[in-house]
Design a protein. Sequence first.
Length: 285
Amino acid sequence: MDLRRLTLLHELSRLGSMRAVADELGYTTSTVSQQLSVLAREAGTALIEPTGRRVRLTPAGERLAAHAGTILAAVDAARADLDPSGEPAGTVRVAGFATAIRRSLLPVVARLSAEHPAVHLRLYEHEPAEAVQLLADDEVDLALVYDYELAPVRWDPLFAITPLWTSAWDLGVPAADATQALAAFADADWIVNSRNVADEHVVRLLASLAGFEPRIAHRADSLELVQDLIVGGFGVGLLPAEMPLREGIGRLPLRDPGVHLRAYLAVRRGRENWPPLRLISSMLV
């Protein structure tokens, strides 16, 4: 049913006469009558009936007018929600890797609560491949993802990608071996991520440049667990350069080439101007 005709019916229920509706909305009385006749045909039932020189709504017309009020209010709410210049309100669903959630998202939560209480966050911890799939499936509104300079990702053109920050990574090794060259770990067991292949690609490239093939023995998603494995003598693995190290772990700086993780904000193209999403994105960048 046409929203304009529903508006006429709703106004007729409120104002009580076609002339009043015409004056209110800037139509002629005959136009109002014609459009309500079309609406009656669409509804398949009479919506108005004469009463003297005036008209009144039939029981079916009253019921449809009540529905029209609900429908028109919902349309107004939707327009306000999607208005790029409107006040942000709504729930933004975010999927991202743990480091980005801690580093980028959590610091804005208090500010968001204080300055924009009508905007709410739903957080889901996921590695990039999982996060972008959720974004593609419209299960989340924003994804925090990453790649490495040595293992760049070609992001789907469906997404608008905004760089956030870059962090250096080193090789975590037993403390006694921190002065060794990378080639000294040719016979070591290596630890890589269990939910993302990016760091394995980096490890294999680094090893290849050092003249050996790494033996991938363990896979762990948690960086704290990677440290536990190194301390336990299970192998070596990549760790953020700024990450505090446990006793017993040394840091082997990686240079020429260095290892740099690049974090990004991803949204579906065409959604960038939804006010709550635009607000969160601006607070993260």
